[in-house]
Write a protein that binds this ligand. Structure first.
Ligand code: INI
Length: 152
């Protein structure tokens, strides 16, 4: 039986981080956690580029263009439920779009998106009580780059 398990570090891969400016208080913390974790995993800061988008809805298109230049793209956003159905439209399209970009480009596009009912819940997942989803996204990105390098 062959079992593929890859290491969780990579010194030479290039990462594009696509970050939503909507709920910037939260997404800046996701970005900080993500960059810090990438560097801890051996990624050279020179190999990290950051692109800001207006909101989560715009992540897929920008991620698609970034995928042409990167070994992995990490999408970071915070979608917080409000009084309108906007939350459902934005979160569905962001998730669907990110998955589509990854499958069509064969570049890992990581879903580092918090969906929460309140700002407090989002903050909990952006570096306080419940970890930092940006850090989790960094680890997933490095692992996926290494898996693809092994499989291709
Ligand atoms: N974008 C987010 O990233 N988070 C949200 O919580 C959010 N809400 O709730 O509206 C949001 N909306 C903006 C959207 O992503 C687009 O930028 C906008 O609709 C323009 O296309």
């Amino acid at each position: 039986m062959e079992e593929i398990k890859v290491k969780l570090n990579n010194a030479s891969a290039k990462f594009f981080l696509v970050v939503s400016r909507f709920n910037e208080l939260v997404t800046r913390s996701l970005l900080e956690g993500c960059v810090d974790e990438l560097v801890r995993l051996g990624v050279d800061e020179e190999n990290i580029s950051v692109v800001w988008t207006p909101g989560a809805f715009e992540l897929p298109l920008v991620a698609k263009l970034c995928a042409k230049k990167a070994d992995a793209v990490i999408c970071l956003a915070a979608i917080i439920r409000g009084e309108t159905p906007h939350f459902d439209f934005v979160s569905t399209e962001a998730a669907k779009g990110i998955a589509q970009v990854s499958l069509s480009t064969e570049v890992p596009v990581i879903y580092g998106v918090i969906t929460a009912d309140s700002v407090d819940q989002a903050v909990d997942r952006a570096g306080t009580k419940l970890g930092n989803k940006g850090r989790d996204a960094a680890r997933s990105a490095v692992e996926m780059v290494n898996i693809l390098q092994r499989l291709k």
